[in-house]
Design a protein around this ligand. Structure first.
Ligand SMILES: *[C@@H]1O[C@H](CO)[C@@H](O)[C@H](O)[C@H]1NC(C)=O
Ligand SMILES: *[C@@H]1O[C@H](CO)[C@@H](O)[C@H](O)[C@H]1NC(C)=O
Ligand SMILES: *[C@@H]1O[C@H](CO)[C@@H](O)[C@H](O)[C@H]1NC(C)=O
Ligand SMILES: *[C@@H]1O[C@H](CO)[C@@H](O)[C@H](O)[C@H]1NC(C)=O
Ligand SMILES: *[C@@H]1O[C@H](CO)[C@@H](O)[C@H](O)[C@H]1NC(C)=O
Ligand SMILES: *[C@@H]1O[C@H](CO)[C@@H](O)[C@H](O)[C@H]1NC(C)=O
Length: 559
């Protein structure tokens, strides 16, 4: 809630300042004017007679530069009715001026549904937002793919006021999330990976139209975080990604090599959901399709709150025709890559595992440390037990493993969850690509700054956990998108992050970072100062090796 409050504050400041400069703007360039209520607006004509869009103004966070914003430009037809689950269809041209003054509808999420809207309106979410300072320039384009566990996320959650301090154009497309995007039966009607196809279509839109917004279509950087990292790394490996769509990539916290990044049995999932919708004959393809396609948005969302969704291998569009571990073998792109994780990127998995366990076992501490960690390995489905055996040896002292001393094990739990779910998949992506294409730079980072704000417990609160969140998953984004009011060192950190990310987008070299020279390193620790460290596998033991790791345990609460 705090985040929304801050965002509203930013918007309000924008509106006030807007009034002050309205006069100035009116006389700047053609295409700019004012709407009926006197607020300044700007018109842009798209290519190929697609139509005209009307935008307005925002202001950067630190130097109050004015930028133009076009929020909610549709790039695809609403994926509703017979288009539901199907690859996106390009938006047909419109006549007159289309208002892009506010964000379009987010793709349906159970917690954010507007009950007044019809399903067709709710599903009309394939809009993108463009932020730019100069319509006639030719600036590098940063194309952000949001995270949200493949079931959440929106353009609105990513205010541009830090990134627009630099001379770049920011594009934030929306893509389908949850069942309405990811369900598949490997058939024409439910081909799979529709959300990745949404992103591909938005990238094509950028190629066609971004020059009208002052962006250079030859200089597009994709960046994605968490589930968005899964999508961004899929685009890197996919044979369906044309070579001109983007020239650099940033993959934050996760990759398509993670076990959570691929849905192994979407067909069974589709049938399960069909049955839960109360339909009959869910084992017959046409009945199944009819059921899923005609289901009310609210019903689909309501019965899928405990399902997880993600990309699939073998979709009919050929986006991921083989396992990522196979696809990477023929990787030939020359795309500079910046990838990494937060220092304690897995602590959110520890938290949700803890919640799930506490719901089943009345006293979590009655489990031994070994039993507790086994449950985490089980989430990863490694049937050989190799992961568990090796990580038990690496991360736990022998005497702790058979004890109930969970407090002492907290740093080990941090390293274990971070390694399995985030760090190892990122390191695999980075080192496989570096090894195959040594002449293309790969930069690896560990984000280690601990500031005032955290995303720990953002959704459900964090006061009930017997541990703290550390440098939590998504905390890096606090410094890239203007969701909080940052001061002092936090603002300095934000300036550093924006400098690194945008310098990479501008010339392919992230300011102050060192590229991999071998599969062992070096890597870069991102903090108020950036430091180069030689051995990247040291990141896997970063919590247990930390002399100050006592702060990860809660002082006021027994585990
Ligand atoms: C005029 O622009 C303001 C801000 O740009 C917007 O909030 C308002 O809805 C617009 N009014 C009309 C009539 O389009
Ligand atoms: C997507 O954006 C377009 C243009 O602003 C708008 O017409 C459309 O209604 C938006 N979709 C929703 C559901 O808001
Ligand atoms: C989705 O994200 C929004 C905005 O961050 C949040 O308000 C909402 O609670 C989230 N929904 C779920 C189901 O996590
Ligand atoms: C916008 O970009 C053009 C082309 O680079 C340049 O000539 C112009 O001065 C820029 N305008 C502003 C306000 O910076
Ligand atoms: C929970 O289990 C631990 C370890 O067996 C034990 O020390 C503790 O007293 C138990 N707590 C409760 C409330 O039963
Ligand atoms: C892990 O395996 C179990 C049992 O085979 C299965 O039900 C579950 O879906 C699997 N989870 C993942 C993430 O593959």
């Amino acid at each position: 809630m705090r985040r929304r409050g801050v965002y509203v504050m930013l918007t309000l400041c924008g509106v006030l300042t807007t009034a002050l400069i309205a006069f100035l703007v009116l006389f700047l360039t053609g295409g700019q004017g004012a709407n009926a209520s006197g607020a300044p607006t700007v018109r842009v004509e798209l290519s190929h007679s697609q139509g005209e869009v009307l935008g307005n103004y925002g202001f950067t966070a630190w130097t109050n530069q004015m930028f133009m914003q076009f929020r909610g430009i549709p790039f695809a037809e609403p994926p509703t009715a017979e288009l539901r689950f199907r690859p996106p269809v390009a938006r047909s041209p419109w006549t007159g001026t289309l208002n892009a003054l506010n964000f379009g509808q987010r793709c349906p999420v159970i917690t954010n549904l507007d009950g007044q809207l019809s399903d067709a309106e709710l599903e009309d979410c394939l809009n993108l937002s463009v932020y730019t300072k100069n319509l006639t320039a030719s600036q590098p384009v940063m194309f952000y793919i949001y995270g949200g566990g493949y079931y959440n996320g929106s353009a609105e959650d990513h205010p541009p006021n830090y990134i627009l301090e630099k001379d770049v154009v920011l594009v934030v497309p929306q893509y389908r999330v949850g069942a309405l995007g990811w369900l598949s039966t490997y058939t024409e009607e439910l081909p799979g990976n529709a959300p990745i196809a949404d992103i591909l279509m938005a990238l094509e839109w950028v190629q066609l139209h971004i020059n009208h917004f002052g962006g250079d279509p030859q200089k597009v950087t994709i960046f994605g975080q968490s589930a968005g990292a899964g999508v961004a790394s899929s685009l890197l490996l996919s044979p369906q990604t044309g070579d001109s769509l983007f020239k650099r990539a940033i993959v934050q916290s996760g990759s398509i090599f993670a076990s959570w990044a691929i849905n192994k049995d979407p067909r069974a999932q589709s049938m399960r959901i069909c049955v839960q919708l109360g339909c009959s004959r869910c084992d017959e393809e046409d009945q199944l399709v009819e059921c899923l396609r005609n289901a009310k948005v609210l019903d689909v969302l309501r019965i899928t709150t405990t399902e997880s969704f993600s990309p699939i291998v073998g979709d009919l569009q050929g986006i991921l025709p083989q396992q990522p571990s196979e696809l990477v073998k023929s990787y030939r792109r020359q795309i500079p890559l910046l990838t990494g994780f937060t220092q304690h990127d897995g602590s959110f998995v520890l938290a949700s595992y803890y919640d799930a366990l506490a719901a089943k076992v009345s006293n979590v501490s009655s489990l031994t440390v070994r039993q507790f960690s086994q449950g985490i390995y089980d989430l990863n489905n490694d049937t050989s037990g190799l992961t568990g055996n090796t990580l038990n040896r690496l991360l736990f002292k022998r005497e702790i493993l058979n004890s109930h001393d969970h407090s002492a094990a907290v740093p080990s739990y941090f390293d274990l969850t971070s390694t399995i779910f985030m760090k190892s998949p990122v390191i695999t992506l980075a080192t496989r690509i570096h090894t195959l294409q040594p002449s293309t730079p790969v930069y690896l980072y560990s984000f280690e700054y601990e500031g005032k704000y955290t995303r720990f417990g953002y959704e459900f609160g964090n006061s009930h956990y017997p541990f703290n969140g550390g440098v939590h998953h998504s905390n890096d984004n606090i410094y890239l998108f203007a969701t909080h009011t940052l001061e002092g060192q936090d603002m300095q950190m934000s300036k550093k992050m924006v400098e690194v990310w945008t310098s990479f987008a501008i010339d392919g070299i992230p300011s102050e970072l060192s590229p991999l020279t071998s599969a062992s390193g070096p890597y870069n620790q991102l903090n108020l100062e950036i430091t180069k460290e030689e051995d990247l596998l040291e990141t896997l033991t970063s919590a247990i090796d930390d002399p100050e790791n006592g702060r990860l345990q809660r002082e006021d609460m027994e585990f």
